[in-house]
Design a binder for this molecule. Structure first.
Ligand SMILES: Nc1ncnc2c1ncn2[C@@H]1O[C@H](COP(=O)(O)OP(=O)(O)OP(=O)(O)O)[C@@H](O)[C@H]1O
Ligand SMILES: [Mg+2]
Length: 232
């Protein structure tokens, strides 16, 4: 198994404001699997993704990526893990405001010994003509595509996407999904995609439904629908 999540628990606050956000999540992904996480707003999807990406600590449980335990790593080791293994597309983009589109992506390209071609990514994501703009000069969808390019350019082994198509029209969303599928097939990238878009569940290998910080249901698709054929 490439990703092994075992009984993850996470809470916030104390006393009256105490809330248990993850109540013992366990799941596994094989290398090269694409997986979606579905669930209502506030069910813990981003919290789970942040924990797997080493961006947040958990109260208990274990997360192993490629056989390596992530929970309990010291900050330096954790940042090595993020740099070497993870591509992260944030729900709210988090682009660096005083760097251009191109520079935002380049920063991550330098981190990888095996980066993808920046020019190709810009082209595929329709960003070539925007590459010298700053994030504030972009639409929401363009910022989202820039965030995706930044995560992909490293050619990470594990890609974590929080609502990668949330701000996109359906045509652009489908193009992005086709790109994710192509990258998955070409590089065997393991992918975890949080989404509110129900159509995406048909193109992935595995579906996890979360409710109130627990796995409500999970299953593998016997037959996948290629991203290009999705309908919504
Ligand atoms: N830093 C924090 N402090 C306190 N509570 C938090 C914090 N971060 C998240 N929460 C709470 O944890 C719960 C889960 O949040 P999370 O962001 O994981 O939800 P989500 O499933 O990603 O929702 P959405 O679909 O709206 O993005 C929510 O009730 C939220 O209010
Ligand atoms: Mg979220």
């Amino acid at each position: 198994m490439y990703l092994e999540v075992e009984n993850i628990k996470k809470s916030y606050g104390e006393g009256g404001s105490y809330v248990q956000v993850l109540r013992g999540i366990s799941t596994q992904l094989r290398e090269g699997q694409m997986c979606v996480i579905l669930g209502p707003s506030g069910s813990g999807k981003s919290t789970l993704l942040n924990a797997i990406g080493g961006l947040d600590t958990v109260d208990g449980g274990s997360i192993r990526v490629d056989g390596k335990e992530i929970t309990g790593l010291k900050p330096d080791a954790l940042s090595d893990y993020r740099r070497d293994s993870i591509g992260f597309v944030f729900q709210f983009y988090h682009l660096i405001p005083n760097l251009t589109v191109r520079e935002n992506i380049e920063v991550c390209q330098y981190l990888s010994p095996v980066p993808l071609s920046l020019a190709e990514l810009l082209e595929t994501l329709g960003l070539s003509s925007h590459q010298n703009k700053f994030p504030a000069q972009l639409s929401g969808g363009q910022q989202q595509r820039c965030a995706l390019a930044r995560a992909l350019v490293k050619n990470p082994r594990l890609l974590l996407c929080d609502e990668p198509t949330g701000a996109l029209d359906s045509k652009t969303a489908k193009e992005i999904l086709v790109l994710l599928e192509t990258i998955n097939q070409k590089y065997k990238t393991t992918m975890l995609i949080v989404t509110h878009n129900d159509a995406i569940q048909h193109m992935v290998h595995k579906v996890i439904q979360i409710r109130d910080g627990e796995i409500h249901r999970e299953y593998e698709n016997e037959h996948r629908i290629p991203a290009a054929d999705l309908e919504w």
